[in-house]
Design a protein. Sequence first.
Length: 278
Amino acid sequence: MPIASSAPDWPSLFSATEHALQDCRTAQFQSRALSPAEIAAYIDHTLLKLDATSIQITNLCEEAKRYGFGAVCVRLDFVAQAVQELKDNPSIGIACVIGFHEGTQPTASKISEAAAAIEAGATELDIVLNRTQLQSGLYDEAYSELQQLRALSTTVVLKLIAETSRLSPSGIMKAAVLAHAARFDYIKTSTGFDGRGASSEDIILMRACCIYLSTAGGPVIKVKASGGVRGYEDAKNMIALGAERIGASSGVKIVQEALRYKKNGEFLGASEKQGVGS
C-alpha cells in the first residue's frame, strides 16, 4: 500500500501495517562478531547531559575522530562547536536533539530549534515525537508537525524518537507509520532520559514495521537503538536484530570491548589495538 504524502488514511495504514507485522517479524538476523571499525561506524557518540561543558564536547569530538564514530550527538548549544571541531572530518555526522526530551513543546518552538540547528551546521536531527498527540489519537496534528520539520531540509537526516518504553506495541507501530509518512530516515527507540531505553522486543517490532513500510511505498526507513546500550554485546545484539544506528554515551567502551573480542577464533591483533582497525 503506498504511503500518501498528504491527508493519509490513518486507520487503513495502521491496519495494513499491523496485519503485515507477523510475516516481517520472521525475518532472520544473524549475530556476528563486529570489528572495532565496523561497530564504531554504527555509533552516534552522544553527550546530552544539561551540565555538559565545552571541554567535554571537545573530548567527545576527539573520540569520534580517534575511533571513527558515525556521528556525534549534542544539544543545540554545542552544535557550532562540534562543527568546528570536526570540520576536517566530513564523514562524521553532527546530530542535534530537538524537542528534548519530552517532545511536547509547541510545533513552532521545535521548528525554530531545528532551523537553528541546521543553520549552525547540524547534518542530522533527532526529534522527539509529541507522544501526547499520538496517544490521544491526534494523528493529523502529529503528522503535520513532522511534515513541517521535514520541509526544513531534504538533505538533513531526520530520526524520530518514539520513547518506546512509554508506548504500547500498537503505539510503537503507529509512531513508525507517522515517521515513514513524513519521510523521516529513522525511527529511534528512546531519549535515554525517560524509561528503560531500548529493548530487543522494541527493535524487533520497529524493524518489522520498517521492512513493511519500506516495501509498501515511499522511502526506506531504518531503526536507531538508543538508551541502555552500554557495551559491545548490547550493541552487537541490537545490530543483529536490525538496528542500523546505535545511540550511546558509552561508545568508547563499546569499541574498547570490541578490541578484546575474538575474531575468527583469534584475539584482534596489536595493530588494531593502536587505533580502531578493520
